[in-house]
Design a protein around this ligand. Structure first.
Ligand code: KE4
Length: 432
């Protein structure tokens, strides 16, 4: 495989783009080497600027759930383009997508569209504070909710309950109302309620995809919701990644939990910039122009993006690929585990439906601390071997792999060969 054109574009990109990327994970920092530049994609395949074709398990980090350039999305967007791109006024498409989303989320009477998952979470957190009149928010270490100041936090030293800024440029003041708990550890949440009486709510990825895939154990989510209800605090489900990925609606429903506020993104735009937050009427009525919580956006509900979302969700509902996702996900999980055993490589796989990833460790992974036991050097070698064998994975141990309904049996056979070759190379690292 040659990467000459990608290397040239990388050098050129460094002049006017920071790290030649518009989002840090695309820089391939944690796997080394230069980032790939992509030329085009169709169905389950993506092709880089050097003409190398890959089975795509990144899918733009989730949105391309029915595959790239689906003809029904192309048609829906082309039709919308004929009417214009943006009007700064309401359009019918916003109502259509709002109905599709609210019908899929029983707890959601109303929704507000924004332009990204980050914006959806910024607004969802502000809404929780507006509705409860309280300021503090609890988040879980290892969960990522976009790049807003107050949630870019790191755990303080030791078991400190307060947070410290997790990024340069985030002032201490921005995180003073953010508390950190440990995923799957209800006691770590309760401890904060013993120390603070001004907690608006807890934000969680109901299936985490940002420390790699981490799944709530036993009744963690249900017990969390019941506890929050007893405290008059809200549960904010960040379903930016999980929304419409494991069922036509929210993964919260599969987990037997109803969030008070749900944040969405990715799939609901089908690759176009759409985020959303929604809740029952008594909460959403806090939002301007009905209530006193301000949130706005020039391109919110953009008619082209709405058309992309409508076409994607309509086709996704028609296909109802979720059993297929679970079957294929299980097949890939088994291939990873069996191949690791064959070559005596320590590896565990976490999977929920069509979200999965391997950790190069020999311990269960139920929280961020355990996720960090994974050997990132082994992941980096594995990543590049998979690239060389025609599979495009997220370039980080702490990302989820995604399946699209466009994936074929032939793709899975190719994936199995790539995994075998890649893990064999990793196994030789043990011997060095
Ligand atoms: P965006 O602002 O990137 O649309 O969404 C932020 C966000 C919020 N909540 C969850 C659960 C998310 O996973 C994300 C974004 N996910 C990352 C992938 N881990 C996007 C990829 C990137 O940052 O380039």
């Amino acid at each position: 495989m040659k990467f000459k054109k990608s290397e040239e574009l990388y050098k050129e990109g460094l002049v006017h783009l920071v790290g030649a990327v518009n989002s840090p994970v695309r820089a391939f920092t944690s796997v080394g080497g230069n980032p790939l530049f992509i030329k085009k994609a169709k169905g389950s395949k993506i092709t880089d600027v050097d003409g190398n074709e890959y089975i795509d398990l990144v899918l733009s980090y989730g949105p391309m759930i029915i595959g790239h350039r689906h003809r029904k999305v192309q048609k829906g967007v082309a039709k919308a383009l004929k009417n214009g791109y943006s009007f700064g006024a309401s359009t019918e498409n916003e109502i259509k997508l709002a109905k599709i989303v609210c019908d899929a989320f029983p707890e959601m009477d109303k929704v507000r569209f924004v332009n990204s998952g980050t914006e959806a979470v910024i607004s969802g957190v502000r809404l929780a504070r507006a509705f409860t009149g309280k300021d503090k928010i609890i988040k879980f270490s290892g969960c990522y909710h976009g790049h807003q100041d107050s949630l870019l936090v790191a755990a303080g030293s030791g078991l400190a309950t307060l947070s410290i800024p997790g990024s340069k440029g985030v002032p201490e003041g921005a995180v003073k109302n953010t508390l950190i708990a440990e995923y799957n550890n209800l006691e770590s949440v309760k401890k904060h309620f013993e120390a603070h009486d001004d907690i608006a709510g807890v934000i969680i990825e109901p299936i985490c995809g940002n420390m790699g895939v981490v799944i709530p154990q036993h009744n963690f989510l249900k017990e969390l919701k019941d506890f929050l209800k007893s405290k008059g605090a809200l549960l904010i489900a960040d379903e930016v990644m999980t929304g419409f990925r494991s069922k036509f609606g929210g993964v919260q429903e599969l987990l037997g939990v109803t969030a008070d506020i749900t944040c969405l993104g990715k799939v609901i735009g089908g690759g176009f910039p759409v985020g959303a937050y929604g809740a029952r009427n008594e909460i959403m009525e806090q939002v301007a122009p009905l209530g006193g919580m301000y949130q706005a956006g020039t391109l919110s509900g953009n008619p082209i993006a709405m058309a992309g979302g409508i076409a994607t969700l309509t086709e996704l509902k028609r296909q109802d690929p979720y059993q297929k996702f679970d079957k294929i996900g299980s097949t890939i999980e088994t291939i990873l585990i069996d191949t690791a055993k064959k070559y005596n490589v320590s590896l565990v796989v976490n999977r929920f439906g069509s979200m999965l990833n391997p950790f190069f460790t020999n311990t269960k992974v139920t929280n961020f601390e355990e996720a960090q036991t994974s050997d990132q050097q082994k992941f980096a070698v594995f990543f590049w071997e998979m690239i060389k064998n025609g599979v495009f994975l997220p370039p980080s141990q702490f990302e989820a792999w995604f399946l699209s309904s466009a994936i074929s049996d032939k793709d899975i056979k190719k994936l199995a060969v790539a995994i075998d070759k890649a893990i064999l190379v990793v196994s030789k690292m043990n011997k060095k």
